[in-house]
Ligand binder design. Structure first.
Ligand code: FES
Ligand code: MG
Length: 568
């Protein structure tokens, strides 16, 4: 067996000396450098990424497994993206982190890599980077938080939106609001609902890149460390057998992930991240695949934000394997996974222990699931809406546009008592797309105007080129492409224009004729946001549109694991 790491540690002469000598300052005996599979542990630990703050412990559990299986674990840090801390949005830095991960893996002496992923962007950024290298790769997620407990009831991130509304209306005091913060985030782990972090963990498991149950074991449950230990052991075997992402991530694997995500009611961010990962693997995935493949899948999981329960409840009810087994008739069950067994084999003995949390295909939680991809003159390259999180009575709706030119304009005017708005209007927010914000933040589920909230109304049709938090809900049209900042028709909408949303027909139409749109386009001037140096300048120049996964144009595909030149 030839191990890649021997191109460092197995060398003679000056180069071998250099590659080994400094490593030995950590107290590693010489035999570790003699043909042992080196397992990189790619750690997104950071105290500024609270969802991943327990990853030192998790890495130790992976190491125990690696040692047990006869490997040599070496942990390394990469850029960590904390969803709740980073300004202006972690999405601006997802591609940057993926570059860090890609070069850190390729440039170093490892035979396989375990990716420690948790908070939203830490999963796609690590996977994108690792896929472009294509060494044996396995995901270990940090696990969800335990459900919060506030005044005797369970709460999670989706309640944040409700609490903020109640606080704004004066129904919840500032003291109660602050108390709720601590009650919500009471354990280690990422968001406890089926938000983007758990959506990404489920994506990794359904793609076949993680061990069964990786997506749902709570962070605080000792079985999370057991899984990490087993993953360490498995990574050593994967290094020996050279099982690479390119063998796992077939078109079938991507299709499985889309269908499982539909049954879970996963985040709309799933679309952007999965598309970006497919781009790294050279698998052609379009928005229409998401709509087509999820159209036949009913919503099985009764989880917030589409339902009531929490990801820990999904684990107790049988976890992702129970969902996958229930979807057997739809999935490519023979898709290979990282443990050497097929997806179908992994889930063959799964059982549902609580039909209240995991419904059946025959009696689903909701008939509508997945992602609706809309087209029309407002979004020629597509826009998305999550039917399970929307209001049925707004799925066919025509209303008058109330336009906000950018996020500052929105913040300034949304609660103005003089704002000309009623609940039948359509809120349009421009310039929150990839290039326009820049970074495509999670502001698409914009809070309703105070005036509308005061009438007891909780949902309106909202349209933007931005994203929404995976924990968010509402009749929210997102990811409009092309975005306003590049002169898409979204940029041309004016107050008073009529807009039709028809989810059944997959239509988003602006009732303004072609000639008038052409006249308005002649006056369109792209924004100058003043980013004339550094990473943000590069981002604006190279980021692709939402329907293409918002990766950088020059990062699509991969460069493989070979580095021909030495460092001295
Ligand atoms: Fe990290 Fe929600 S803030 S997963
Ligand atoms: Mg988020």
């Amino acid at each position: 067996m030839h191990l890649r790491s021997q191109e460092w540690f197995g060398r003679t002469g000056k180069d071998g000396f250099i590659y080994r000598a400094w490593m030995k300052n950590q107290g590693f005996p010489h035999h570790l450098f003699e043909n042992k599979p080196v397992i990189g542990i790619c750690n997104t630990f950071s105290e500024l990424t609270p969802c991943n703050a327990h990853f030192r412990d998790l890495a130790e559990a992976v190491k125990r497994g690696v040692w047990e299986a006869g490997g040599f674990p070496l942990e390394f840090p990469v850029m960590s993206l904390g969803e709740c801390q980073m300004k202006p949005t972690t999405m601006l830095f997802r591609n940057l982190a993926s570059m860090d991960v890609e070069e850190s893996i390729r440039g170093n002496s490892m035979d396989a890599v375990v990716l420690l992923c948790g908070c939203d962007k830490t999963t796609p950024s690590l996977l994108m980077g690792a896929c472009s290298v294509d060494l044996p790769t396995l995901v270990v997620s940090g696990g969800p938080m335990l459900a919060g407990k506030y005044k005797g009831r369970n709460i999670g991130t989706s309640d944040l939106w409700r609490f903020a509304e109640a606080n704004k209306k004066g129904e919840m005091s500032q003291e109660e609001f602050v108390a709720a913060e601590a009650c919500m985030a009471r354990s280690q782990g990422h968001c406890a609902v089926m938000g983007t972090a758990s959506t990404m963990a489920a994506m990794a498991e359904s793609l076949g890149l993680a061990l069964p149950d990786n997506a749902t074991i709570p962070a605080a449950d000792s079985r999370r460390k057991v899984l990490a230990h087993l993953a360490g052991m498995r990574a050593v075997e994967m290094a020996r057998q050279n099982i690479r992402p390119s063998q796992i991530l077939t078109r079938q694997a991507f299709e499985n992930a889309i269908m499982v995500n539909a049954a879970l009611g996963g985040s709309t961010n799933f679309i952007i991240h999965l598309t970006a990962i497919a781009g790294r693997m050279g698998v052609d995935l379009t928005l229409d695949d998401f709509d087509k493949l999820s159209a036949k899948i009913p919503l099985l999981a009764n989880l917030q934000p589409s339902g009531e329960h929490f990801v820990e409840d999904l684990f107790y009810a049988g976890g992702l394997p129970a969902i996958i087994k229930e979807l057997k008739q739809f999935l490519h069950n023979d898709a290979m996974t990282i443990n050497g067994r097929t997806l179908g084999e992994n889930c063959a003995n799964a059982e549902c222990y609580n039909p209240e949390v995991i419904a059946s295909v025959d009696q689903p939680f909701k008939p509508e699931s997945g992602i609706a991809v809309l087209r029309g003159n407002l979004c020629p390259n597509g826009a998305v809406l999550k039917p399970s999180a929307a209001s049925p009575e707004l799925m066919q709706h025509t209303g008058r546009a109330v336009v906000f030119e950018n996020i500052d304009d929105y913040k300034k005017r949304v609660d103005d008592p003089d704002l000309d708005v009623d609940p039948s209007c359509v809120l349009v927010l421009k310039n929150v797309g990839p290039k326009g914000y820049p970074g495509m933040p999670e502001v698409g589920n914009m809070q309703l105007p105070a005036k509308v909230l005061a009438q007891g109304v909780h949902d309106m049709v909202r349209i933007s080129d931005g994203r929404m938090s995976g924990t968010g809900f509402g009749t929210v049209v997102l990811h409009v492409s092309p975005e306003a900042a590049v002169g898409g028709n979204l940029a041309l909408v004016q107050n008073g224009d009529m807009i039709t949303l028809d989810v059944d027909k997959r239509l988003l139409h602006l009732h303004v004729d072609e000639e008038e749109l052409a006249r308005r386009l002649a006056h369109f001037r792209p924004l100058d946001l003043g980013y004339d140096r550094g990473y943000t300048k590069m981002y604006i120049r190279h980021v692709l549109q939402a329907h293409e996964g918002a990766d950088f144009d020059f990062l699509q595909g991969g460069s493989g694991p070979v580095v021909k030149r030495d460092s001295h």
